[in-house]
Design a protein around this ligand. Structure first.
Ligand SMILES: [Zn+2]
Length: 326
């Protein structure tokens, strides 16, 4: 194995580490990692999943071993496939860890999924959303994603937005998960976007958490339109390169967001429906892959419609929540 096969240069001093293709079901077990050589140290954006093992710190030592560089690790959000490598960055490289205030509890904890934190955002039962009982889902996620080592110390991006002086500034891009943040370099036009849109799945907006927020995702995409990036490095999949390509990709994501919202609204206006009914009829709308991710996307729409009182819901028992137009 050579480390070089996982590395590609995106811009001057900006390297993308694409993790080996280890998957579980449809889930890439490690997110992309971006390594940036700054004026006062090396900054790593996201630290990958448990499946990465020591690849990140070995790479860092290979690239910067002879320099006595300070290492900073900034996180886009607190999902385990993006943060599990942080404890090694602290231990092996003496690095400091950064996250936005809202993402801090998740990054510190390093658990694959914390249902106590996700549940208050859910508008259907666990079983209905995941098509399986909680104990089963938790077990499968823990087995497939592993668990990171809990961190003891973390810094706030809000206090120190660019400790390594890379020229990349944090841009709040919530929607996918609480506190989700992108990093943008105004000069080069490179946006490290985290889980915003997914090039592997037709640029789908990544609404894949029980707590994902449709309206925040909409705002985040508008923020990106205004930034006019030249390159987007997504959390998973290949970079999107060139202004025209970036613009059409973001437009495509916005269209998926709007079309699916319109579809759900019209469906529920015409007849009462449960998540399962909607999910079945929305296969092929590019909001997968698979039932659970599709459910999660539709769930974020239903939660938005409930918040805006555009639908009402009642629990019919047997894990069936019925939504009615109001
Ligand atoms: Zn994520």
């Amino acid at each position: 194995m050579t480390i070089e096969q996982y590395l590609s240069q995106i811009d001057q001093g900006v390297i993308l580490l694409t993790p080996p293709r280890q998957r579980f079901l449809q889930w890439r077990r490690s997110a992309n990692i971006v390594i940036i050589d700054g004026s006062s140290g090396v900054t790593v954006i996201d630290s990958g999943g448990t499946s990465l093992g020591g690849l990140l710190t070995t790479t860092m030592k290979r690239l910067y071993g002879n320099k006595d560089s300070q290492v900073y690790c900034q996180h886009t959000h607190g999902h385990i496939d993006h943060i599990a490598g942080s404890s090694r960055i602290v231990k092996d490289l003496g690095g400091s860890i950064y996250a936005s205030r809202d993402a801090v509890p998740y990054v510190l904890e390093q658990t694959p999924i914390n249902m106590n934190r996700e549940r208050p955002h859910m508008v259907v039962s666990f079983r209905e959303l995941f098509s399986a009982p909680a104990w089963f889902v938790n077990g499968v996620i823990r087995l497939s994603m592993g668990k990171g080592r809990q961190l003891s110390d973390i810094h706030l991006l809000e206090d120190d937005p660019d400790p390594g002086e890379t020229g990349f500034r944090p841009i709040p891009l919530p929607g996918h998960h609480i506190g989700h943040t992108g990093f943008f370099n105004d000069e080069s036009g490179v946006l490290v976007a985290g889980d915003l849109i997914d090039p592997r799945h037709k640029m789908k907006p990544v609404l894949t958490s029980p707590s994902s927020k449709w309206s925040e995702m909409k705002n985040a995409l508008e923020t990106v339109v205004a930034l006019q990036p030249k390159t987007i490095i997504p959390g998973h999949g290949d970079p999107i390169v060139g202004r025209a390509e970036v613009s059409s990709s973001v437009q495509r994501a916005v269209k998926t967001l709007d079309d699916s919202m319109d579809y759900v609204t019209e469906f529920i206006d015409s007849r009462p429906a449960c998540l399962h009914d909607l999910s079945q009829s929305m296969i092929g709308m590019g909001i997968g892959p698979g039932t659970v991710f599709r459910n999660m996307f539709i769930h974020s729409i239903l939660a938005e419609l409930l918040r805006e009182c555009r639908v009402s819901s009642h629990d019919e028992g047997r894990n069936k929540t019925v939504f009615t137009g109001s």
